[in-house]
Structure formats: C-alpha cells, structure tokens
Design a protein around this ligand. Sequence first.
Ligand code: NIG
Ligand code: FE
Length: 395
Amino acid sequence: MPGATTLIRDIGTLVTGDPELGEGPLGVIRRAALLIEDGHVAWAGPAARAPAADTAHEAGGRACLPGFVDSHSHLVFAGDRTEEFNARMSGRAYTAGGIRTTVAATRAASDAELAATLDRYVREALRQGTTTLETKSGYGLTAREEARALRIAAERLEEVTYLGAHVVAPEYAGTDADVARYVDLVTGPMLDACAPHARWVDVFCERGAFDGDQARAVLTAGMARGLKPRVHANQLSHGPGVQLAVELGAASADHCTHLTDADVAALADGDTVATLLPGCEFSTRAEYPDARRLLDAGVTVALSTDCNPGSSFTSSMPFCIAVAVREMGMTPDEALWSATAGGAAALRREDVGRLRPGARADLMLLDAPSHVHLAYRPGVPLVTDVWQRGARVVH
Ligand code: NIG
Ligand code: FE
C-alpha cells in the first residue's frame, strides 16, 4: 500500500552509518526504532521518540544494521573447481590459469543454467544480509558469451561489470601479437556487444593476465563508451594496477594485497576506494592485505566477498568481516563500515549502505545485541531478518 508505514521497534543497537544520527563513525543509537515508508527509511532515532506507524515489527532487543553492500563478485559461471581447491590446500599455488577451467564450463552451459546459478547465489547472499550485490562477466571471453553473461546479470542486478579482460581467451593465448588481437577484441567488437548491459568496466591487471598498457587501453575504451572504471589490482604481485586506477579516477581498486608506499599514498590522495577481499586470501592460502596500513593512511576501505568458484567461493559478508577483524587489523566497527558504507562508496552509491532518512530501506536484524558479534561469533548464522527496499524478504 503506498504511504503505508512500518516501525521496527525495540532495536538493541541501531547502526545508521550516519555520524549525525548517533555515536561514532557508525552513528550508533542504543534502544532505537526505525520507520520505513515507501521502501525507504523515513525516520531513525531513539525508541522513546518513535513516531506512530501503520504496522510494527518487534526487534526484541536485537541489532539492526544496513544491508551489506558486496561490491565485487563473479557469479555468472558454471561448473566447479573443487579439485583445484583441494590441490591448493595440499600445497599448490593459485594462478590466474584456473579461470580457463570455468570459461570452458560456462561456455557449455545454457542461459537457464547460468541464470539459475546466479539466482541461487544472489539468494544465498541475501540470506546472509547482502542487499546490494555487484557481479561481473569474465568467464565467456567472446563477444557473444560476454554479452550473454552481462544480459543475464543485468536482468537480476543493478551493478553489472564488463570484465572481458579477465584473462586472455584461450583462442588468443600465444604470441604477443595474439594477445594484442585479444585486447583489440575487448576494446572493439566485444565492448560494442557488452556496453549496453553494463555500468562498469574492469580489468585483471596482473602478471599472467593484462599489463599496465593493456589495462589502460581496456579501461579508457570502456570509459569512452560511458562505462565507469574499476580494477583488479595488485592481487598476486606488485604492479601498476593501483596507480592506474587512481589516475583514471576508478571507483575502486580491488584486492590491494601487494602495495608499495607509493601505492598507499596514491590511494590516500585520490578518491579510489581500496576494496579488500579476505575470502580470496583465505581460499588461496595467501597473505592478507594490510587494512590497518590503508586505514592509518586515510584510505577509504571496502570489504567484499569476491565470490567466484576459483579464488573465493564464499558469499558471506559476515565471514569476510570476521576474517578482516582477526587477520587484517580492522576493528569490528571499521569492518562493518567497510562492508556497508564502504561498499556503497566503491559503487559510488549514496542511497545504500546507511540507514538515514531517504536511504533505501535495506537492512537486517541479527540474533545478537550488537554488530560486534559478527566477528565475536564467527561462523554463526546471526542474520535472522532482511528487508530489501522496505519488503521483508528473509525471515
Ligand atoms: O578476483 N583475480 C581475478 N579474478 C578472480 C578469480 C577468478 C577465478 O579464479 O575464477 C579474483 O580473484
Ligand atoms: Fe575478482
């Protein structure tokens, strides 16, 4: 019913994400209430001052948080890489080469299979509190296959990224001239087919994938077609990705595991968010990125899952928060901010990631009195209820 209001009452700890509404950078209000109207937050404040509403939902003293904003995933895929994971846990290293296993399986899958897999993981993420989810192409690597992946993603999600430059397609992996022809495809006919379905352009700038010059060509071609840049940068080694991302004004440099002091300074001076993906280091048994170093330098940090069948097969933002707190030097407050408002910054979104009047009513209740329990009780499914655009979609 348009104009109908719902009041969430008896919230133990409300994280608004707006320092003007409550304590600290998270804008925390104890003993709070929140009013939803027309899919948006109409009011948030102390329970004692709550307005009247058409219906009420009792939170029973539980914590209420903004829905997670997972700004980095790769969910248009088919097949499985259990064996690769198993081998890695027996000592083999992660390389970009495994991506081609998923490319072969994805090309062989029907549209319906790809859509069903994507729906399954979007729902899985939603049950764990993720209300905004970005996803990418990158397992097709032909104009037709990349456009198919993006069309299927765009039918379901708002934040869709063209990653034709994930790795060089197997048909072009040979001489430098072959690779140059693949970059011409990615910046030419493949871009023509993909640009109508995507908001973002991304490139895996890494040894074994694309070098700095190739990455620049991919990003600037996408930008000329109206796509906004984001970069897989400095995941497996030092390289030009982070500096390129900042120079081009990319919304986000993702991974940021191997950083020089100059990389950190560039991020601190620019407005590119550093998106850290702890599931990836967990699942590749690699060294975690140093979130403390970035935060202390004044860099805006986001946390995301990087959910994909190769390097990080988790859709769980609570898991990423727990690892970031335990292993990456983040406080529980910083990790929650990075998983909500930080993710929104990485997608250049103002309407999600915070619970302030006018924001989308994307939020969750935890079976716990505060958000600190996400790290304090790792692995426990604490999310009990999720609202997306004001509708209670998980309960
Ligand atoms: O972000 N780094 C490149 N792409 C993915 C891995 C994809 C895969 O291994 O299938 C990542 O980790
Ligand atoms: Fe990724």
